[in-house]
Design a protein around this ligand. Structure first.
Ligand code: 5GP
Ligand code: MN
Length: 336
């Protein structure tokens, strides 16, 4: 049996370690991965973060970012690292399908797989799991893993703290979501004491937009927003042409859905975007409304109750129609 004692024992010697996270990594995916990376390298481990795809520029300042390998751009190097690894940490995802074609490499590798995650219903691909759906971010769980399972609070240095702060800040929507407990605030206080400069991190993540991003946001709100008052729902649907017109880059679409949710009566907001290969949905909800249920049932996805996502092979128009047709089923929950 591979348990915490076996893992702790392995980590007493320098090991070859891969850390990976989900497709289109967000602030928590990269923050938790690089937080763990900056912890492991202090002990002489040969650790590398492999991101399945690229990620937004507003995360490229994170300490250790220069050593990240993007799988889609360096497949051979990434495959060799995975094949050679003794340990693979799987952060902020719960099923190998979330890392695209990398899933086969990770699944087929003989490395011990350690899942650190806060998503519902994890698939069974790991050897050891530090998992809690009540955590506001995977970065919170990485902190807990380092401090309370490996007893290395002294190794939470400025770089580790900066990355973990970023993960917690972004996944808790800047400490606003209901799962931002007093425990989370105590962890955040520890991270600031360890060197995370909170105001600077907010600046780097939230005040780093390009002019294009702002003009694109204006377009979304002026021309792509549809409000359905009878369902307390708002939809922003964006076509491939819109993305091209505003030269939208990875990360520019992040957070647009929250503007739709910011209207007083809206309980469910959808951002539906026509990407080059498929249509992607991002749902956000208020209170008890289960956005993840819609994504799981109808759009090959999942996520958390108030923030979920999925995708479809249908056209943009079809997906918007399909989404609207689902709403009557949830009318009671939406209008209460
Ligand atoms: P976003 O809307 O920011 O892309 O995703 C919000 C949350 O939904 C993510 O934290 C993730 O948990 C979940 N999510 C997004 N896309 C997918 C998907 O395609 N499959 C699954 N299982 N979850 C997703
Ligand atoms: Mn997360």
């Amino acid at each position: 049996m591979f348990d915490l004692a076996s893992l702790t024992d392995l980590l007493t010697q320098p090991q070859k370690i891969v850390i990976t996270t989900h497709h289109k990594p967000d602030g928590d995916a990269m923050g938790s991965s690089l937080g763990l990376y900056n912890y492991l390298i202090q002990q002489g481990h040969h650790a590398r973060v492999i991101a399945p795809t690229d990620y937004p520029d507003f995360l490229s300042w994170l300490p250790g970012n220069e050593d990240v390998i993007i799988y889609t751009e360096h497949r051979e190097e990434a495959a060799a690292l995975i094949a050679d690894a003794k340990l693979i940490f799987c952060l902020d995802f719960n099923a190998l399908s979330r890392i695209n074609d990398m899933g086969e490499l990770v699944g087929g590798s003989s490395a011990y797989k350690i899942m650190i995650d806060h998503h519902l219903e994890p698939a069974d691909f790991d050897d050891y799991r530090h998992w809690d759906i009540n955590a506001c971010a995977t970065a919170q769980l990485v902190y807990d893993f380092i401090v309370n399972e490996l007893h290395h609070k002294e190794l939470v240095n400025k770089d580790v703290a900066t990355c973990l702060y970023t993960g917690i800040m972004t996944d808790s929507a800047s400490f606003r979501l209901p799962n931002t407990t007093s425990t989370v605030h105590r962890i955040v206080a520890d991270l600031i004491d360890a060197g995370a400069v909170n105001w600077r991190i907010h600046e780097l993540v939230y005040n780093s937009a390009s002019e294009n991003r702002l003009r694109f946001l204006g377009h979304c709100l002026a021309n792509c927003l549809e409000v359905l008052p009878e369902f307390n729902t708002a939809i922003i649907a964006v076509s491939k042409q819109d993305l091209e017109r505003f030269d939208v880059e990875t990360g520019d679409t992040e957070g647009v859905v929250n503007y739709a949710l910011s209207m007083a009566n809206v309980r469910l907001a959808a951002f539906i975007v026509e990407r080059s290969d498929r249509v992607k949905l991002s749902l956000r909800s208020k209170g008890e409304f289960p956005a993840n249920e819609i994504c799981k049932k109808y759009f090959n996805g999942g996520g958390h109750r108030n923030a979920a996502g999925g995708h479809s092979e249908n056209s943009l128009e079809q997906v918007v129609q399909q989404f609207k047709q689902i709403l009557p089923e949830y009318k009671k929950l939406l209008i209460q």
